[in-house]
Write a protein that binds this ligand. Structure first.
Ligand SMILES: C[S@@+](CC[C@H](N)C(=O)[O-])C[C@H]1O[C@@H](n2cnc3c(N)ncnc32)[C@H](O)[C@@H]1O
Length: 262
């Protein structure tokens, strides 16, 4: 197995905390319902799909079993996550339809016109050059292929101030965020057409109340037993600040879809 040079951001304690808030196998909010929402405009049946930033593999497996993709390849930069993914797919009896590659950050190691669909859920926030990524996704899609997914975008301008700066400082991940307008422009410049974008800020403002409930009272004490008090407190602080940046309109989780011309 190739070794990724990438520095790990998702250690076991962190992935335990994220699954505590968002459900087994999920490193992003919303569970299978949110995947259903974002896949509403797309039919995956009999398609070949690339899942960029596959995390623990629960969604990758879902694309094959619930959405009946012909084959799904999940990619990620963290080798221990890829191991989780392989076990998840094996336990689901889907070794024949679902596979995983450990990749380096940067250009996608796949040939032109290889996939019918490129999917991603909340992973592009980790990638610094979104425009280059979109060009690369366009390159590996077959003609008439679709790029569909979600990402955490930002409202307002590029200056992170006040609550946003505090939240980003606290999460301490390699996030770089673009606005909805900039993202649409990047997708258009990369060649995509018929682009749809749906702002999910209002949805997450509601959903985060449930997330915060998993981090309160007895439930916080239970989480502390698993990952330590410091880790549990950090999660609570992070989600509390996230609720504020959702309310003030800075954090805008967004669904998008764009097509490669025929
Ligand atoms: C927030 S998690 C989302 C995981 C999964 N999509 C989900 O929704 O449960 C972001 C994922 O992107 C991965 N990632 C970060 N940079 C990446 C890159 N350059 N290429 C592929 N995956 C990357 C991380 O390792 C992590 O698994």
């Amino acid at each position: 197995m190739p070794k990724a040079s990438h520095t790990s951001q998702y250690n076991e304690q962190f992935i335990a905390a994220l699954q505590w808030m968002w459900g087994d196998g999920y490193l992003s909010p919303g569970g299978p319902e949110e995947v259903e929402e974002l896949l509403a405009p797309v039919d995956l049946r009999n398609k070949t799909v690339l899942d960029i930033g596959c995390g623990l593999g629960a969604i990758t497996v879902l694309l094959a079993n619930k959405y009946e993709a012909r084959g799904v390849l999940g990619i990620d930069v963290e080798s221990h996550l890829i191991e989780h993914c392989r076990k998840y797919a094996h336990d689901a009896g889907l070794d024949d339809k679902v596979s995983f590659d450990l990749v380096e950050p940067g250009p996608l190691p796949y040939s032109d016109n290889s996939f019918d669909v490129v999917f991603t859920k909340d992973s592009i926030i980790h990638m610094p050059d979104k425009y280059l990524l979109y060009c690369d996704i366009f390159r590996i899609l077959k003609p008439a292929g679709v790029f569909v997914g979600s990402d955490w975008l930002r409202g307002g301008d590029e200056t992170y101030s006040g609550q946003a700066a505090r939240w980003l400082e606290l999460v301490h991940l390699d996030f770089t965020m673009k606005s909805i307008g900039e993202t649409r422009l990047d997708l258009e410049s990369a060649g995509f057409e018929n682009i749809h974008m749906t702002d999910r800020n209002a949805w997450y403002r509601e959903a985060i109340k449930i997330e915060l409930a998993t981090l309160s009272g007895d439930r916080l004490a239970e989480l502390a037993k698993r990952i330590g008090q410091k880790g549990a407190n950090h999660r609570l602080q992070s989600s509390t600040l996230k609720q504020q940046v959702l309310k003030d309109g800075f954090l805008r989780p967004t669904h998008f879809a764009g097509y490669k011309p025929r």
